[in-house]
Design a protein around this ligand. Structure first.
Ligand code: 4G4
Length: 250
């Protein structure tokens, strides 16, 4: 996958892209990142990328020309470097569709992604006509779209086949991805008066699996009941949830 990021602050990405899993994915040629500074595509001698808004008001707005030209360059690079040459253009804004695991799974099948990071008070509205998908990583305002592009990149890249080793990927198989994680423990068996639950030391594999499922269900029901609506459930799961429901209501 080719991920191209249009940004005025490419240096913000260096730490993230050089850290363990994303770095290894690039070394294995499973993903390539290209940082494109759209200030380089401004045509005036001061390389202006923003201007005052028509109609007045405070703040500055990103001009359409530098982003349009940077996008043309990105698409051209994408056509040279990928088979189908059809990159999906994503705009990171607080007004976008809220980014979820389901969207990450879909984006992980793309051959190319182009992400546009904005600053100042926002974009000239005409930039939206070149965009396939507008995403928000949550209901809060950032000074720029860069952290959002990093979040989307990280969530997508770890889903590309081969990026995670088998031990790293075991966690997100079929069932458990709809629930919050169960509690985990490692050595020592007692620390500061807190003991590892006996069941985990028992060696009963089936009972441990049942305990973990129950803990994940309890935790999800208490903290994020909204997630249970989409979670696939067995008869046993429903019994457990019914029991928790009775505890909470009684
Ligand atoms: C576009 C318009 C994304 C981009 C305005 C970007 C939050 C998110 C930005 C702005 C962002 C998010 C300067 C407000 C950059 N903030 N929730 N900021 N602003 O995904």
């Amino acid at each position: 996958m080719l991920i191209q990021i249009l940004t005025l602050f490419p240096q913000m990405f260096t730490g993230v892209l050089e850290s363990s899993i994303l770095k290894r994915a690039q070394e294995q040629n499973l993903v390539k990142f290209e940082l494109i500074n759209f200030r380089d595509f401004a045509t005036d001698k001061h390389h202006m990328v923003d201007d005052t808004p028509y109609g007045g008001g405070s703040g500055m707005v990103l001009k359409p020309e530098p982003i349009f030209r940077a996008l043309q360059y990105a698409h051209q690079q994408n056509r040279q470097q990928t088979e189908r040459g059809k990159a999906k253009v994503i705009l990171l804004t607080p007004q976008g569709k809220v980014f979820k695991q389901e969207i990450a799974r879909e984006l992980a099948t793309a051959e190319g992604l182009i992400m546009i990071c904005g600053h100042y008070e926002g974009f000239d509205e005409r930039i939206r006509s070149w965009v396939d998908l507008e995403l928000s990583i949550g209901d809060y305002v950032l000074t720029g779209g860069e952290p959002a592009a990093m979040v989307v990149s990280d969530a997508v890249v770890r889903l590309i086949p081969g990026v995670l080793g088998s031990s790293e990927s075991a966690q997100h198989d079929s069932f458990s991805e709809y629930l919050l994680d169960f509690p985990q423990y490692t050595r020592p068996v007692e620390f500061e008066g807190m003991r590892v639950p006996d069941i985990l030391l028992s060696g009963h594999h089936a009972m441990i699996e049942a305990w973990r499922r129950e803990q994940a269900l309890i935790r999800t029901a208490k903290r994020r009941p909204d997630l249970l609506e989409n979670a696939p459930m067995s008869e046993e799961d429903l019994k457990i949830l019914k029991a928790i429901g009775e505890l909470n209501n009684g």
